[in-house]
Design a protein. Structure first.
Length: 162
């Protein structure tokens, strides 16, 4: 498996993976009213509104996962169902931490919806420490007429270096 920067040709495959992964991990943890904004077309909007730098993990030209970064934050990390438990998330996290460190970041951060136990356990195994828990606003498209919704969110931090 190899990692490279996101390319426009990756868009559909990556968004399908993100949509599937988000529903696997988060749909049961958020208010039901948010789900109307978590259909596949809204993931296209979400990406268009997202300033993150995306990187894809691929094997034989198939995208098997991705990670996105912004500032000192690892924003998103998703792996195709077929590749979970097969080192893909570990490779993406290792890459993300090294990329942040090479950009001069010494304390990295990430946010995790409380109750996403698979992700929580993974972060702890990777040496991340829970910093705080707070109510955070969920993403809604700029065009949404509804008011923001919140969910309990965990803030993890980790000291990193090259």
């Amino acid at each position: 498996m190899k990692i490279r920067p996101f390319q426009t040709s990756d868009r559909r495959a990556m968004l399908n993976l993100w949509h599937q992964g988000w529903h696997d991990a988060h749909a049961h943890l958020v208010p039901a009213t948010i789900l109307e904004y978590r259909t596949l077309p809204y993931f296209f909007v979400w990406m268009d509104e997202c300033p993150d730098d995306f990187f894809v993990l691929y094997e034989e030209e198939q995208i098997v996962g991705f990670v996105s970064l912004s500032g000192s934050e690892i924003v998103k990390l998703y792996v195709n169902r077929e590749f979970r438990g097969k080192n893909a998330a570990w490779l993406l996290m290792e890459f993300a931490e090294a990329t942040l460190a090479s950009n001069g970041i010494t304390v990295a951060e990430l946010f995790c919806t409380e109750g996403n136990t698979r992700a929580e356990r993974f972060y702890i195994r990777r040496g991340w420490k829970l910093s705080r828990v707070f109510e955070d606003c969920l993403w809604l498209p700029n065009s949404a007429s509804k008011k923001s919704q919140t969910v309990k969110t965990q803030h993890f931090i980790k000291t990193i270096s090259l």
